[in-house]
Ligand binder design. Structure first.
Ligand SMILES: [Zn+2]
Length: 114
């Protein structure tokens, strides 16, 4: 499962940070999740609930999601457009000389600890 792999990776990172900073508990974790990262929020939350029981610092961590819009860039028009709306085809010129700029990643935005 795609989501579980990302969850395990994120949890490991946060646990490491918590340990290094002598944190008692991670209260809240805010993630930025790209629209086109392929992450399904429900699956991600399920995987997180499973994973956090096995952690040292994250047993009661509240998970927040910030969705980052998928933005693509057209090399020919030198302009951007929303990826989820138009896919790989530029809405201005109809060309496919485009690539994704943002919206693919899952990253840690904020961690609240006690
Ligand atoms: Zn274009």
């Amino acid at each position: 499962m795609h989501e579980l792999g990302i969850v395990v990776h994120v949890v490991k990172q946060v646990e490491k940070l918590a340990k290094e900073n002598n944190v008692k508990e991670v209260v809240e974790l805010t993630l930025e999740v790209g629209e086109v990262s392929g992450v399904v929020k429900e699956y991600f939350v399920d995987a997180f609930e499973w994973a956090k029981k096995r952690t040292e610092y994250m047993k009661n961590t509240k998970l927040n999601f910030i969705i980052i819009q998928g933005i693509s860039y057209c090399e020919d028009c030198k302009d951007t457009f929303p990826t989820t709306q138009y896919g790989k085809t530029c809405p201005k010129c109809g060309g496919g000389n485009t690539y994704l700029v943002t919206g693919r990643d899952v990253s840690i935005k904020d961690i609240k600890v006690v």
